[in-house]
Design a protein around this ligand. Structure first.
Ligand SMILES: Nc1ncnc2c1ncn2[C@@H]1O[C@H](COP(=O)(O)OP(=O)(O)O)[C@@H](O)[C@H]1O
Ligand SMILES: [Mg+2]
Length: 320
């Protein structure tokens, strides 16, 4: 088993980013590009944290700054209590990063790659956990196969395994299931959940909204390099948009909206009435009772619940 992390930062913050800015200087006469603009972000210890945003929002830039492969233009980041500028070596030891690209070495076996990666991180042979990690990501049967024989989903799991060799308390996955089929996606989700249950703080970027909805307990959204929200998932979904109740009426929309319905903000629409309501305050049954009391004869009733996609579209202006 993964060890529980006893040295967690006292403030409960696994990653603390302040004022992060990144400007890619335009090479070859291209205009400079601001990829991140003053991002402040706290990621709590133990979270499964989702960083969402449309393509080009700056997600990979943020992750690559943490990985040390992109140099930030301004700001500071602490990783498990270590500032990446003060002590880059320790900061790198505190985090495992699964990059977006499937860059694996085709000519070595998964087991060889894990041993090599452990060596890079200075993990002594006696402390290596290659077989245990391969088992965890479901690659025991492929431990000694050449990596070029692995399917896309297996390669992704090998990258997760490589990120875990030094037992980091934080695992970051950049678009972990992009291009992975549904069955393998489920398997990866199971791996991620199991790691989190073992105490690993998880950060993932995704543009699959159902992935964030299924896995994450806290969600931040980046758009054009700016952080536009950062909330517990439940709060984000609940505060997003009211439910909608749409009722067709035998007599069409009422000429005069009954006062009790008008008070709920009901609108006349083609063929009937639409009510947007806050499910914390009003129930659909109550609305239907008011309709009946006003003598309106209801035909069809449809309800629409907001999902993460609605929230996302609303906040990013339609760029899912
Ligand atoms: N090496 C680079 N040089 C110049 N611009 C870049 C570079 N990498 C990313 N960008 C630009 O920065 C923005 C953010 O990119 P990225 O962080 O990859 O977004 P995401 O991962 O959210 O899709 C995009 O406009 C992208 O074109
Ligand atoms: Mg990306």
């Amino acid at each position: 088993m993964i060890q529980p992390f006893v040295n967690a930062p006292a403030d409960g913050i696994a990653i603390r980013a302040r004022g992060i800015r990144k400007i890619y200087t335009g090479a070859g006469g291209k205009a400079p590009k601001q990829a991140l603009d003053d991002v402040d972000l706290d990621i709590p210890v133990g979270a499964v944290f989702g960083l969402l945003g449309p393509n080009g929002a700056g997600k990979s830039t943020f992750i690559n700054i943490m990985a040390g492969t992109v140099i930030k233009s301004a700001g500071s980041i602490g990783i498990w209590g270590t500032d990446i500028d003060d002590n880059p070596r320790q900061a790198r030891a505190n985090i495992g990063i699964v990059p977006q690209e499937l860059n694996i070495d085709a000519y070595f076996t998964p087991r060889q790659q894990l041993e090599f990666q452990a060596g890079l991180f200075g993990v002594r042979p006696a402390e290596r956990r290659s077989d245990e990690i391969l088992e965890m990501v479901g690659l025991s049967d492929q431990a000694h196969s050449y990596a070029r024989r692995l399917s896309g989903g297996m390669r992704r799991r090998l990258l997760v395994a490589k990120a875990m060799v030094h037992s980091p308390p934080i695992l970051v996955l950049d678009e972990p299931t992009a291009g992975v089929d549904v069955a393998l996606r489920q398997r990866l989700w199971d791996n991620i959940r199991a790691l989190n249950e073992a105490g690993v703080t998880i950060v993932l970027t995704t543009h699959y909204l159902e992935e964030a909805e299924a896995l994450c307990d806290r969600i931040a959204i980046l758009n054009h390099g700016r952080l536009i929200t950062n909330q517990p998932k439940a709060q984000l979904m609940a505060g997003a948009r009211a439910k909608e109740l749409r009722m067709t009426l035998a007599g069409g929309p009422p000429a005069q909206m009954p006062a009790a319905l008008a008070a709920l903000g009901a609108q006349a629409v083609e063929g009937g009435v639409l009510v947007r309501y806050d499910p914390a305050k009003t129930g659909a049954a109550e609305i239907i009772t008011i309709m009946a009391a006003a003598g309106l004869e209801i035909g069809d009733v449809t309800t629409v619940e907001p999902d993460l996609e609605d929230v996302f579209l609303e906040m990013t202006g339609g760029m899912a």
